[in-house]
Ligand binder design. Structure first.
Ligand code: NAI
Length: 347
């Protein structure tokens, strides 16, 4: 089979070793572009069989139309979430492949790392001791043991996170649109309505996808229902949380702490170095200025194991699709179009 040529957008130095390793043997060649895919950069895809994109590339209707005009056949997402792709519009026009799971441990463990850092003030201690300041003033944390954690989304990552929380001796209140069988044990892990989760949780962690249903699932109304001092963890997608409402909650002391690996407007900032710039986003700047807010730059996925799995599955998706015309990791939306779908994974 001829070599398959892919334009790789939003390429970072840490992407290349794993993608080069798996692509060479498989007959896939990647041309790495540092720029993100959007309406302005889509022309770079000319002459390629497919594009390989990440979480902050834009695959909306106009990008899809232009990709089709350029003869591009496949959008290979090197991530699990696909809220940045207009799946409905893509149906029948271009094939969209993704990596449904690469390391739920990477994301769940990062969530716990952020939680412990926040509640045990490790971020403060690190800076203090580097300055030989060994004072403990303001460092009092709290035990996780015996606390109640609310987990929204009990899929792959949510369930690993729950396992870790149970190891700490925490109680789990879970909410999912499609509850997982066998998870609720009627005692330490219970599915509850969303309002009950808000009312009874000391810590709330988001592990659901961003959809119309989950957009701003944490907003001012939700925060009003929460316990005073609630800790909010978001390592899923920025727009699950209304950042302005979160900031208000922090200022009013209703929210005790927030750990954010994702942010609603992150595509303007995350993954890039803005250290010498004046940040225009007042909400982000104000959140970062808070002593009880920790922000990481969408790095929860970034482990060696995850990078290797992402590259291996992305390349395998591409090869499988071009060899057989179908791929079990194809995303599909049956919008009543005439085209027969072969993916078997329609939703
Ligand atoms: P998954 O598909 O295994 O689980 C998602 C769960 O959310 C499912 O159980 C589903 O039923 C549930 N869900 C769907 N709609 C819901 C709703 N309206 N309310 C409550 N629950 C709902 O996905 P996985 O692998 O666990 O990933 C979860 C999310 O984590 C992804 O959607 C992605 O946004 C995010 N993610 C973040 C990464 C990072 O680096 N920060 C890396 C990978 C994923």
């Amino acid at each position: 089979m001829e070599q398959m040529k892919f334009a790789f957008f939003d390429a970072k130095p840490y992407d290349r070793p794993s993608f080069d390793k798996f692509s060479e043997a498989a007959g896939v060649s990647f041309k790495y572009f540092e720029t993100k895919l959007n309406e302005d950069t889509v022309e770079l895809a000319a002459g390629y069989d497919g594009v390989c994109v990440f979480v902050n590339d834009t695959v909306n209707a106009s990008v899809i139309d232009r990709l089709c005009e350029l003869g591009v056949k496949v959008v290979a997402l090197r991530c699990a979430g696909f809220n940045n792709v207009d799946i409905k519009y893509a149906f029948g026009k271009i094939h969209v492949l993704r990596v449904p799971a690469y390391s739920p441990y990477a994301v769940a463990e990062h969530t716990v790392a952020m939680l412990l850092t926040s509640i045990r003030r490790i971020h403060k201690a690190y800076i203090r001791t580097r300055d030989f300041n060994f004072s403990l003033a303001g460092m009092t944390g709290f035990d996780l043991h015996g606390k109640t954690v609310g987990v929204i989304g009990t899929g792959r990552i949510g369930r690993v996170f729950i396992d870790i929380c149970r190891g700490f001796g925490m109680k789990v209140l879970a909410y999912d649109k499609f509850p997982a069988e066998g998870l609720d044990n009627g005692d330490t892990v219970r599915y509850v309505p969303l309002d009950e989760l808000f009312e009874k949780s000391d810590i709330i962690s988001l592990h659901c996808p961003l959809t119309e249903d989950t957009y701003h699932i944490i907003d001012s109304e939700a925060i009003a229902k929460c316990r005073r001092g609630v800790v909010i963890l978001n390592t899923s997608r920025g727009a699950l949380v209304d950042a302005e409402a979160l900031l208000a909650g922090i200022k009013s002391r209703k929210v005790g702490a927030a750990c954010l690996d994702v942010y609603e407007e992150e595509s303007d900032f995350f993954f890039e170095d803005f250290s010498g710039h004046i940040i225009e986003d007042d909400i982000l700047a104000r959140l970062i200025s808070m002593p009880n807010v920790i922000v990481t730059s969408h790095q929860a996925f970034l482990t060696e194991e995850a990078l290797s799995n992402i590259a291996e599955t992305t390349v395998s998706n591409i090869v499988t699709y071009f060899e057989t015309g179908m791929c079990e990791n194809e995303l599909c939306y049956r919008g009543g179009a005439a085209q027969d779908c072969k993916c078997g994974k329609c939703f």
